[in-house]
Design a protein around this ligand. Structure first.
Ligand SMILES: *Cc1c(COP(=O)(O)O)cnc(C)c1O
Length: 574
């Protein structure tokens, strides 16, 4: 049994227990576990009030509120309670179970959502896991102890015996202290842990002061255990960095794309890092019209996404029809929510993702006069934006405001460009946008996109990706054949940052001289690229392939190593 630990998990579009890529990836991975009969269990936290519900004011300011949802409508309370000592309190942790059914309906994976919100706890404790990623400091530390240590103890209480603990991003790394407490042998602990690092931004790694960690865990484990697993004796005011804790105690450390492996090896100097490029769940992310199309021409594609290679042979007219039907649904939604007067005949670009500095969500609007010139010369352009900024991220909020202001300017100058911002980006909306536009734009600062997955979802629906050559796209891009790159193609080991100006020139240049001409004057060739996006990308960039790689290259070798360690120690508990 594999225990898959993650801070956020998107299992259903109606359950707001996620913020972005990490949670979506977790949901897709667990779905592929279910489909491929991988014995696994998911452990995450129950975010009672989700992340944020987003609205925009008339002036373009993000107004955020909590996300209310009805837990018991979707999840089953679990008949098990555990107690863990947290600082000077003993806190009770309960769990709700969400069962993911396999696509064929013949298998299930359980995901346990942990919560301290029960009558045994005082009010302060009950609120610890109210909201995802909003609180920092001690509350964040408590959340991560509940996830790592609470998760470990909960699995014991419900009689699961995982042989491998897969830590996804370092939030759950405290489970290593639990393992050490039980096994008390560093090398045997290591052989039980797989750690996947999901971000190349060291500033985003979780860090806590040693004295806070030691005091929170003082009655759970000896300080000595913390020194041993950190392999360093930290002073009270020193920071305990959870990513380093995870790295030092995992036999296998995994990055989420080939490029990210090189970036991670420069961050975690001296450690060998493997990589398994992320994927998406192909059945979850295909639009209803594409599902029908693939069911007609590529029978078996749900079970075996390799068959999507055959998309290149689907008749043009039917391929184009699925696209236009998806586009009409999206445009109807955009016009009803925004009074944006989009029309289906016009070339439409999407920029939809979390809004934060390095994603440069407003890059394409940097030179509005240039964009207007391009539209006047080459044809109408519609752009749909969506994405939430973290409430404590002033840069993100500023980007949203600047998209709003540039939109006002552009709309006052030309009738050839239409722009809409859709509020409250979520899975349901992503599904509509991804399949209903003509181009998926993605321009984060290189090399900060660990993998990225939304371009894979667009490609699966025949929407070409126009993206910075970073993360997964550096592996997948065939220029002008299945999409387009933005900026220079870096060597694997090149860790230099993108230049805004260079990338912007590429965006405007390729739009004007490649993409718009193709779309408006030679749609048959545009359609070829759309079909190649499916047939060259979808067979590989999916979670079925990703999970198979994890099983063969990490989990299985992990079990064998576990077994050998045990044989050496003369014990056997797997
Ligand atoms: C896929 C997805 C993401 C992740 O997007 P990236 O562009 O890969 O960062 C975030 N939010 C939602 C709703 C998604 O569907």
């Amino acid at each position: 049994m594999i225990a898959y630990f993650v801070m956020e998990c998107a299992v259903d579009s109606r359950i707001p227990t996620y913020s972005g890529g990490l949670g979506i990836l977790a949901g897709d991975t667990l779905q592929s576990f279910a489909d491929l009969d991988v014995p696994a269990v998911g452990i995450t936290l129950l975010w009672k009030n989700g992340f944020i519900e987003q609205k925009l004011s008339n002036a373009g300011a993000q107004l955020d509120s909590v996300q209310e949802w009805d837990i018991e409508k979707y999840m089953q309370p679990v008949n098990a309670k555990i107690k863990i000592p947290l600082g000077d309190k003993d806190i009770t942790i309960i769990a709700y179970k969400y069962t993911i059914e396999s696509t064929k309906g013949d298998n299930e994976i359980d995901v346990y959502f942990l919560s301290p919100d029960c009558p045994e706890n005082d009010d302060e404790t009950r609120k610890i896991c109210d909201r995802l990623y909003i609180e920092g400091g001690l509350t964040r530390l408590k959340q991560e102890i509940i996830l790592g240590i609470g998760g470990y103890e909960m699995l014991k209480a419900i009689k699961f015996k995982p042989f491998l603990y897969h830590i996804n991003e370092s939030h759950s790394a405290f489970l290593i202290a639990s393992l050490m407490k039980d096994i008390n042998d560093l090398s045997r602990v290591k052989s039980r842990v797989v750690f996947t690092t999901h971000t190349p931004i060291p500033a985003a790694f979780d860090k806590f002061e040693m004295k806070d960690v030691a005091s929170m865990l003082s009655r759970y484990c000896d300080k000595q255990v913390l020194y041993e697993i950190y392999q360093e004796k930290l002073e009270d005011n020193d920071e305990l960095n959870l990513s380093w804790l995870a790295i030092k105690n995992a036999k296998n450390v995994v990055a989420v794309s080939r490029k990210h492996k090189f970036v991670s090896e420069s961050i975690f100097e001296g450690y060998k890092i493997k990589y398994v490029t992320n994927g998406i769940h192909h059945v979850k992310w295909a639009s209803p019209h594409h599902k029908m199309l693939y069911a007609k021409y590529l029978k078996g594609w749900e079970e075996d996404p390799d068959l999507l290679r055959g998309a290149a042979c689907i008749p043009d007219s039917e391929f184009a029809q699925a696209h236009i039907l998806s586009k009409e649904i999206l445009i109807e939604m955009i016009n009803s929510e925004n009074d944006a007067s989009f029309i289906p005949e016009n070339f439409t670009i999407a920029m939809a993702k979390r809004v934060t500095h390095y994603k440069r969500n407003n890059l394409i609007l940097t030179n509005p006069d240039k964009l207007i010139e391009i539209a006047e010369r080459k044809g109408n352009i519609q752009i749909v934006f969506a994405g939430k900024a973290h409430p404590a991220d002033p840069d993100g909020k500023f980007i949203i405001k600047s998209i709003h202001d540039s939109t006002q300017y552009i709309l006052s100058k030309t009738k050839k460009i239409k722009i809409a911002f859709l509020e409250n980006y979520n899975i349901h909306m992503a599904n509509m946008i991804l399949s209903g536009v003509d181009l998926w734009l993605n321009n984060p600062v290189r090399p900060l996109e660990a993998s990225g997955t939304s371009g894979m979802k667009a490609s699966l629906n025949g929407v070409p990706n126009f993206s910075v050559l970073d993360g997964w796209w550096l592996e997948a891009c065939m220029e002008g054949i299945n999409g387009w790159g933005i900026g220079p193609k870096p060597a694997w080991s090149d860790l230099s940052y993108s230049s805004d100006m260079q990338d912007l020139n590429d965006i405007y240049g390729k739009l004007e001289f490649n993409i718009l001409d193709l779309y408006y004057k030679n749609f048959a060739d545009y359609l070829k690229i759309m079909k190649m996006a499916v047939s060259s990308i979808a067979p590989y960039f999916n979670t079925h392939r990703m999970v198979s790689e994890y099983v063969t290259e990490l989990y299985l070798t992990g079990i064998i190593m576990c077994y050998l360690e045990q044989e050496k120690a003369g014990i056997c508990d797997i």
